[in-house]
Ligand binder design. Sequence first.
Ligand code: UT7
Length: 331
Amino acid sequence: MSKIKAAITAVGSYAPEYKLTNAILETMVDTNDEWIQSRTGIKERRILQDKDKGTSFLAIKSAQDLLESKNVDPATIDLVVVATVTPDMPVASTAAYVATQIGAVNAFSFDLMAACSGFLYAMSLAASYIESGRYKKVLIIGADKMSSILDYTDRSTCIIFGDGAGAVLFEPSSNEYGFEDQILKSDGIGREFLKIDAGGSILPPSHQTIDDKLHYVFQDGKTVFKYAVSNMASVAEEIVIRNGLTNEDVDWLVPHQANKRIIDATAKRVNLPEEKVMMNIERYGNTTSATLPLLLKEYEPKLKKGDKLVFAAFGGGFTWGSILLTWAYDN
Ligand code: UT7
């Protein structure tokens, strides 16, 4: 019997309407459009302004976009995974709520947390479940309401992140195309450089943690940048080489959107021209778990059956990795 291959068969996305531009940020913190664009490539990011809506709202919208685009019956979905660092609540699973709301009544569900590599890890998980033959429809969603954990008086973090969500459906491949290979890594040395100090089991919430602003994202940008550039480029290069590919064989680089300079460095290492690199950081900033599926939805009309895609991501933890996948359908 030939091995079951896992293919992406549908994509969806959602970004809130409100655009937080660099010009608006200039009125909030000591920054300027020129600095932000030259250091990060970002022009604007989307923000979910509705105070009583959480990450599940973004996730549900992106899943509904996927279901409608390919007329998928949600009752046929076996598993829903939500990759996020901003769950609706610390304890109740966001994925369970999302699955119920979209009508995935026969699915089980759980959240996955691997910071900016969350969606990449979720892809690996989904593909493994399909390849094992255990499940036939796995829906993975990357969703983050980063605005809920940002200090909008801290110019070193608030200019980078935005809110958004994207969804991908994995199914057994009906042709020879689909998930090919993965390199996934992590190193706990990174936790000092990108973190939220309080609210977990080490430092539970208290008046003091609030006064000290310890519930917001902290990032040592320079250090994270250094690790991100070298590690994201290394795994992308390794996966290309070990699969016997050259830069000519790779059709698309699908890189996590953290900083245009990191994306450019990764593209350079695998020797890919700009037109083969998916990029939308200028319009969304870093949406953490949502960057990869937001890219897929945007570039879906350009993707052709048989295209070779190299995904690469790096994030808090540290976590990072690369996935090689052959696109399985023409739009
Ligand atoms: O997705 C998860 C992984 N995360 C990443 O991959 C992010 C990696 N890091 C980065 O992308 C970059 O380090 C940042 C975009 C966060 C910062 O860029 P940088 O080129 O590393 O700047 P820096 O932190 O070294 O700061 C350079 C200067 C400093 O001023 P002095 O000390 O040279 O006078 C900062 O105070 O820029 C200043 N600065 C700003 N100026 C204007 C820092 N933030 C801002 C700002 N506007 N928003």
